[in-house]
Design a protein around this ligand. Sequence first.
Ligand code: ZN
Length: 315
Amino acid sequence: MSTLFTKDWFPGAVFATMVRPTRVKGSMKMAEAPTFEDIRYDRPAERVARITLARPDKHNAQSLRMLYEINDALDLAMDDDEVNVVIVAADGKNFSSGHDLADRARMGDLRPPVLGFGGYRHPGPQGHMSREQEVYLGFCWRWRNLPKPIIVQVQGKAIAGGLMLIWPFDLIIAADDAEFSDPVVAFGMNGHEFFVHAFELGHRKAKQMLFTGEAIGAAEAKALGMVNEVVPRGELESFTLSMAAKIASRPAIGLKTAKMSVNQSMDAQGLWNAVQSAFNLHQFGHANNVALHGQIVDPAGLETIRRDARASREG
Ligand code: ZN
């Protein structure tokens, strides 16, 4: 008889050691007290944690600090067995205007890299790709695969990189004033770095969003299946909290395995391969822009986007 599964051979302590998830290098350890500047972390209801983007004066533009703080806060919530559900929210009028183009922080200034692609200080396309491998593609994919349900509540505008703090998560609750756009084709780029547009919107609407740079409103996003619910702006927080509390009352293991099962259904349809292919074209776009314009995006794009925004305000 095999003794493989006897208690002696496979004692609980050893088993616990073997199955404990390996801490990713650079992630927050539980013993460390979190200090956040660009986000807030709170526990608004039983078994619910909430991460709030807290740069409303900058329309929650994503600094390197904010991205690392979100990653740390998500780890904190995942490590806490008293948390079953996480909410991602944002202060102010708009959810997020995307990446903070004025941010001068360099990789490694704030935290050791989490995913370890390396080469971050390389002066050529390698350095830029390495950065995007970590804080855009890498973080989005890591967050998408975290085990616990994550609900995001969105008000106002979510532009380009703003979508990268929405699409990796599980449920999307939109205020009736929410708008979603990715106008970066104007910069000579394919779209933002976590390219799930066709999965989120269907292939025709994805192309329309990218080709025109136009925003998709909350009601249309719901009709497309991109958001779960649309609620009046004033009810966004209470509605999301109430849904989170309901979900959080269910067994953690049921929630985790349900999430894994749906994610694996998407993976079986090629989601991850598609995202990586688009990321490669995205890197080509940056390298092409550097060759043509001496910078990672076509500078004419800004005026195109501003012109369209003026026209839509007036129209
Ligand atoms: Zn990029």
